[in-house]
Design a binder for this molecule. Structure first.
Ligand code: TNX
Length: 521
């Protein structure tokens, strides 16, 4: 199909030895004798897709020079093409032989990931030529995610874009954006300007009047969503309700669910809910969801939180609106009110054309199975996961252990959570083997996700070093089939990635050199 000029440099190498420098490790690899090197002018032919510019850029960066599109009649050395017969569902085939490299895939993500793998091989070849190889690769899970809490401490556009670049490199495809919480409201809502003029002021560690407001304008959000899409990453926005609501209540005190804003200061859990029964609250949330839906129209779902309410805040029945609701709907207690609120807001989300995503508390609220996604986070409650699966919900698994990256990653670290243990990179890598999921369970598991909660993370350096390199391990755990995972092999491929991260302005903790932890204390 494509031929190389005779001038093409071919080096016949001995039998392949070291493992290919690919992270995540592909599903199937057959190495062959020989290597291929690009010759000038390094012509490529890339099928048009959303991300083809990124693919060309990635290959050029790997080759260390600008590669150019082959004109008609010219023979390309790299071809990236659509092929219905190639692996489906984000998969790709990559063949490298004496003619050059051929990436074929059935969808955009596959074309992108195949190009990424080739770029990694070219970059690592260091002028020695890319080994002849035949790769067939498809991901284990369709959901390979990372959640960033921007409410407690704000990262901002530049850091988020760097993060998205790195996520794409490790074939992570879902960015769960925790945009609201008690410490700050970080998304502009045109209808309610005080959410950002007041609600976006300060953060978890600075509540002073002089603290800056930090939030994303709708223009910035659109830009970031498009940036992610080019990298095959879907962004799922989270607007947390009915709890974690103090920033919104600070801006609009009439939304208060029980006197939790005191002296202008939001209180901590459990004093942090919207009034779940007040008409103005429901209208407000409907309006917010409408604007959010418009900004994230490709997200497929809106995450509405739902966490940490009923088991903490007991004063709802004292609110007149809740009293009236309980009488009208025959709701006997707090939990029943929470259920009513969940169903009411899920309907709004569904009516906007989105599925409802929520933390695992929502699994008992009687929401429709086909329109709801449950995020299992309470690692100490395996029964909750079981029950969500048995009820038929699709599940994203992000249990605190080992998926919460506000937990420390090394025994020598002091700043960060520990709960019957911590989250070393090896545990992240092995996840979810310890859960012993059946084949039937696996069908309902959408995938896995890491979550970075930022209460204790004031600086980008700390957020980076809590995230990396564990997120690389999560990437491989989410992509590579269970029988191809091998931590020892992963460790041999990791050092090159620490270098890549640093070269791209991202700090990382070094598990080999055991660099000191970056603490904000
Ligand atoms: C629990 S996870 C929370 C977050 C905290 C986190 C700290 C979840 C659904 N709620 O609000 O930041 O623990 O680890």
């Amino acid at each position: 199909m494509f031929r190389l000029p005779l001038s093409c440099l071919l080096i016949l190498a001995g039998s392949a030895t070291a493992e290919l420098p690919l992270i995540p490790r592909p599903a199937k690899v057959v190495e062959k004798k020989g290597t291929f090197s690009m010759t000038d002018p390094g012509r490529v032919r890339i099928a048009p897709f959303n991300g083809s510019a990124m693919a060309l850029q990635g290959l050029s960066a790997a080759a260390g020079r600008a590669l150019s599109e082959a004109a008609q009649g010219q023979t390309p050395q790299i071809v990236v093409m659509r092929d219905k017969a190639a692996p489906k569902g984000e998969g790709y085939r990559l063949e490298v032989d004496e003619r050059g490299a051929l990436v074929s895939a059935a969808d955009d993500a596959g074309l992108f990931y195949g190009s990424q793998s080739l770029a990694q091989l070219i970059a690592a070849s260091g002028g020695e030529g890319v080994p002849f190889v035949s790769i067939e690769d498809t991901p284990r899970y369709g959901w390979r995610g990372y959640m960033l809490d921007e409410a407690r401490h704000f990262s901002g556009e530049a850091a988020v874009k760097r993060l998205l670049d790195a996520m794409a490199r490790y074939k992570l495809n879902r960015f769960h954006w925790h945009l609201t919480d008690s410490a700050g409201w970080r998304i502009e809502i045109k209808k309610y300007p005080k959410l950002t003029t007041i609600g976006a002021r300060g953060n978890e560690t600075d509540r002073s009047e002089s603290a800056p407001v930090q939030f994303y304008t709708q223009e910035e959000i659109k830009r970031i969503v498009a940036y992610a899409k080019e990298r095959q990453i879907t962004i799922i926005p989270e607007i947390d309700m009915p709890g974690h609501a103090d920033a919104a209540v600070l801006a609009y005190p009439e939304l208060d669910g029980g006197g939790m804003v005191q002296n202008g200061n939001p209180q901590k859990w459990p004093h942090f809910t919207f009034n779940p029964a007040k008409k103005e609250v429901l209208t407000f949330l409907d309006d917010v969801l409408k604007e959010v839906g418009g900004l994230f129209s490709d997200a497929g779902m809106i995450h509405y939180g739902g966490d940490e309410v009923n088991f903490g805040w007991k004063k709802w029945p004292e609110l007149p609106e809740v009293k009236e609701l309980m009488a009208r709907e025959n709701l006997k207690d707090n939990a029943a009110v929470e259920g009513w609120f969940n169903r009411r807001m899920a309907k709004s989300v569904n009516d906007l054309g989105f599925k409802t995503a929520g933390w695992d508390e929502i699994a008992v609220q009687g929401l429709p199975k086909d329109k709801t996604v449950v995020f299992w986070w309470r690692h100490d409650k395996p029964a909750v996961l079981r029950q969500a699966l048995e009820a038929g919900y699709p599940v994203v698994m992000c249990p605190r252990r080992p998926c919460y990256f506000d937990f420390i990653q090394d025994g020598s670290h002091k700043d960060g959570r520990v709960w019957g243990g911590f989250n070393p990179i090896s545990d992240v890598y092995q996840f979810p083997a310890s859960l012993k999921l059946s084949e039937k369970d696996e069908k309902q598991v959408l995938g896995i996700q890491a979550c970075l909660w930022t209460e204790t993370m004031k600086t980008q350096a700390r957020r980076d070093t809590m995230t990396w390199p564990r997120l690389i391990a999560l990437g491989e755990a989410g992509w590579t089939p269970a029988d191809r995972k091998d931590f020892a092999s992963f460790e041999t491929r990791l050092p090159a990635e620490l270098k890549w991260l640093r070269a791209h302005g991202i700090q990382t903790w070094d598990p080999f050199a055991k660099t000191p932890e970056v603490s904000d204390k």
